[in-house]
Design a protein around this ligand. Structure first.
Ligand SMILES: [Zn+2]
Length: 68
């Protein structure tokens, strides 16, 4: 008898999920984070997250590019 009751509950949940309308994912093409991304001639400092040009050997926070 207990098993039968559980099956009824499961079917109720299944119907509830089926009736839920799927949400449109309009942000699929956008990255989840708004953090800046390093370009071809740039490197991102792992310490402070700043984007530095390749000719910049040391970040403003003191992180050296050669150490990453
Ligand atoms: Zn830095």
């Amino acid at each position: 008898m207990v098993d039968k009751a559980e099956k009824v509950e499961e079917s109720k949940f299944a119907v509830a999920e089926a009736e839920e309308e799927p949400k449109e994912e309009v942000k699929a093409e956008e990255p989840e984070t708004d953090e800046p991304q390093a370009g071809e001639n740039e490197w991102k400092c792992p310490t402070c997250g700043k984007i530095n040009q390749n000719y910049v050997g040391t970040c403003g926070c003191g992180q050296s590019k050669n150490d990453i």
